[in-house]
Design a protein around this ligand. Structure first.
Ligand code: 9MG
Length: 295
């Protein structure tokens, strides 16, 4: 019998985080954009964002991801200055959080500003393809999330097309790791994300989720974001993103079983509880390694 081990590479060292944790860690989403697909926008209210991040950590989030630009198709554009103006007061208010604060941005100027203000991770849905982003990220010295996206947020869902979605996303991420290496960013600083829902049909998303073990071959930990996304709504016939928690948990546990290191979620306490049960049943104490599957 062949044993395939689906194991994530260790996370980059981050304050308050065990890089070899036996279960995925939860990244809580804190949205300070004007709108968001999931209905969780705090509309630039720094006080509420700080409160929400603290509540997420109290509920078991190992880190939070702060974003000020909506990626919802049709969302109003935000200038780089507006983005920085929304992010900095929140980062300032979270200096004593005790957990890493990731910032979701595609802009080099924002990367520089948030790195100076205490961000611990840069999460870029455009995988540092923006002008100056590779250099800004390298200069920050911070761990980076490189995500795959086909097209631009405004139009990415109009007609996504691939010959082989898994092969193409793998090749793209490998090419961005190489671009990072050329810019002086070591593989050990990189976290990879196949970009579920970013320029993908339902079938593309499902193919990528089935193929998650193949992404470990790239030698970096995996971040998976599926929380409340529209493919869950499409499969579950649930148009309201706020009512997609059951489907989000099902997919999160699928990703956990396949070695995801970070799960980016809206519903922190619920995901933490689901993972605790998953871990109690299948974790190392059970005699079975959750990251090992027999075939
Ligand atoms: C900002 N953002 C929204 N969805 C995301 C996802 O799935 N992954 C990452 N890395 N960022 C996301």
């Amino acid at each position: 019998m062949m044993t395939r081990v689906f194991r994530s590479a260790p996370l980059p060292p981050l304050p308050g985080l065990d890089p070899d944790a036996a279960r995925p860690v939860v990244m809580g989403i804190v949205n300070v954009s004007d709108d968001s697909f999931s209905g969780d926008s705090l509309k630039g209210d720094a006080g509420r964002a700080i409160q929400q991040a603290r509540a997420q950590v109290a509920a078991g989030a190992a880190m939070v991801d702060l974003g000020a630009e909506s990626t919802r198709p049709g969302a109003a554009p935000v200038s780089v200055q507006q983005e920085i103006d929304r992010l900095l007061p929140v980062l300032e208010g979270l200096r004593d959080l005790g957990k890493p604060v990731s910032v979701d941005t595609r802009h080099a100027a924002t990367m520089r500003a948030v790195a100076a203000a205490g961000a611990a991770i840069l999460n870029d849905i455009s995988a540092l393809e923006g002008e100056g982003s590779l250099a800004a990220a390298a200069a920050s010295g911070l761990p980076i999330v490189l995500m795959h996206m086909q097209g631009e947020p405004g139009t990415m869902q109009s007609a996504p097309q691939y010959d082989d979605v898994v092969a193409e996303v793998l090749a793209y991420l490998e090419s961005r790791i190489a671009a990072c290496a050329a810019a002086g960013i070591a593989r050990a600083k990189i976290i990879l994300d196949p970009g579920i829902g970013f320029g993908k049909t339902v079938a593309h998303n499902l193919a990528l989720l089935r193929a998650l073990p193949r992404f470990h071959g790239l030698g970096c930990p995996l971040l998976i974001g599926v929380s409340r996304k529209s493919f869950i709504g499409a499969i579950a016939h649930e148009p309201d993103p706020a009512r997609r928690l059951p489907g989000s948990l099902a997919v999160a546990l699928h990703a956990a079983t396949r070695g995801a290191a970070i799960l980016r979620v809206h519903d922190v306490p619920e995901t933490v509880q689901a993972l605790a049960l998953w871990h109690a049943i299948s974790g190392p104490e059970s005699g079975g390694n959750p990251a090992v599957q027999k075939s």
